[in-house]
Design a protein around this ligand. Sequence first.
Ligand code: FUB
Ligand code: ZN
Length: 662
Amino acid sequence: MTVDGMVLPQGGGPVAPSEQALAALHPLDHSAVRLSAAGRLGQWQRRTLDATIPHVLDRVESGEARSNLARLVEASDRPFVGMVFTDSDVYKTLEAVAWAAASFEPGDERMKRAEQLLSLAASAQEPDGYLNSWVQGTPDVARWSTPQWGHELYTAGHLFQAAVAAQRAGVLPGLLDVAERFADLLVRSFGSGQSPYIDGHPQVETALVELYRATGVEAYLALAGRQIDARGHHWLGEDKFGSSYFQDAVPLRDATQATGHAVRQLYLLTGAVDVAVETRDDELLAATVRLWDELSATKSYVTGAYGSRHRDEALGDPYELPADRAYAETCAAIAAFQLAWRLLLATGESRFADAMETGLYNSIAASTSVSGTEFFYSNPLHLRTGHDGAHEDAPTQRLPWFSCACCPPNLARFLASVNDYLVTRTSAGIQVHQPTACEVDLAFAAGRVKLTLVTDFPYDEVVRIDVESDVDDVWELALRIPAWCKNFTVNVDGAVLTIEAADGYARVRRSWSGRHAVSLTLELPVRRIKAHPRVDALRGCLAIARGPLIYALEEADLPPGIVLEDVRLLDVIGARRPTDEAVAPVLIDVVASTERLDGTGLYSDVSATQKTATLHTTLERTGLGLSEPFEVALIPYHRWANRTPGAMRVWLPTASAFHSTH
Ligand code: FUB
Ligand code: ZN
């Protein structure tokens, strides 16, 4: 199907750049990668479909998200309830159902429920296309009168993304019409020749570009570009957190620091990459890479989380990455993943896939309980003994829902489409960025290629790939070698290949015609990670990792009577698979000790003996009052808080406070 000469993507995933876009790599159709139930990502996606999506539907239907739309349709005098952006919870849920639909049977209950939500939204839409239950249902609030906090374009953006998902998945008929009616109103109101309007919360930019990609309507792309360039000129005003909170202090093209609210900054960058590649704007693309570099170098947690400040949900200063007060919102980790995917497609650089892997298996994975129905909004790297878990932005355990419910439906839509972020293609061949058990089916003009991946990665180091191809030409199978992996081997049909991975990929170029057995081994030694010394809060600490998984010490694994904060890491024994996977598939055993503190005061003078000791001897020889060493198991960070509530920490002190290992 073509519109105005543009080939419309059919069945693409959440991001489907047009043929004109700057692109090093091309994403596959949503149906091209099917996750296997035997694999870790497959199990996770299955849990999302079976538990998380029904749970989110329950909460959306029974809570304010639905009722705020319903009261418009019913002309009810019930008050508007909750956050001004509750419509976005509905749209994210519709998006989740759309991406999940490929694995539904006809008549699936989840789809029927989504159709009812769609029907409600469609009925609430004004004749001119406007749709926002807060503004429509609050008499003293006029349209477009609250750009800082009104979230009118933010909710519109989530509507557009849901509509694109519905179009590409071939479900929820009518949703695209609702979206286009609203988008057309935006173009009439704020498009070329009109005064610009920007939203305090970026989101619509990336959504407008995707709507352009799905429909071919160039005015949507142009409007997205206007949104990016209108920002950064103090148009939104200061309010309580200042212009930089809204990324409105400096034009993105000139910015050297990622600032302000973490999700806003990351969504803005996501939209900017989309605009840059579609308009072939190298300067804008370079600006996004520059800010990504700054974020990666100074503002990212080791778990792939972003944002240290609770007060304004902000990124914080460079190196301001406290483990215990990490805000690390789930939506920010998802946004960073989405940004990294766009940068990967644009540049082909493996470091972006590395970052996706870190966020996916740590921060994002940790945000949901093993049941799939409880969630963390913030994802700290240290929960202190005696933590006051009374606040929903820093609870002791995951919660079923939140007064600000942005994260759970965001997880649902993301995991329902996680298969779209693993493999790409180019004219040279196929790239596997995130190995997991799955089947990849690709139709090229020259024939069909099927890859079957069998692996328990990231717990197991071997990835078996069966290649079936009726393409006669030579093509390249590129396998990402993560930056953490220092030793790998590639074996094809029983022969070990001598191969380097200079640019982050092991590339095997040959004829794959027929059937071939590939085996990739990514060695997974236990690694010790230290933080940059400017991250003061982490001095003297190490994080333990294996492959992409960051590990944590949880109170439930400590011998009775030991307080987590007193534990010092002495040595690492190694990884093991426990007989029972209930806690985790792979544990890491370490040797630890506790430090007996002198006195009871919060602060105390350092004795002369201790001072001398720190100058020239190791911790064990200082006689600092360490207890007998004991062995304890670390669990993957993402598994924490699934047993008895208790303390947890990722960064483990290796020495006393007056003895630095750095
Ligand atoms: O403002 C909408 C969403 O709510 C943000 O992205 C989250 O940080 C939360 O504040
Ligand atoms: Zn959130």
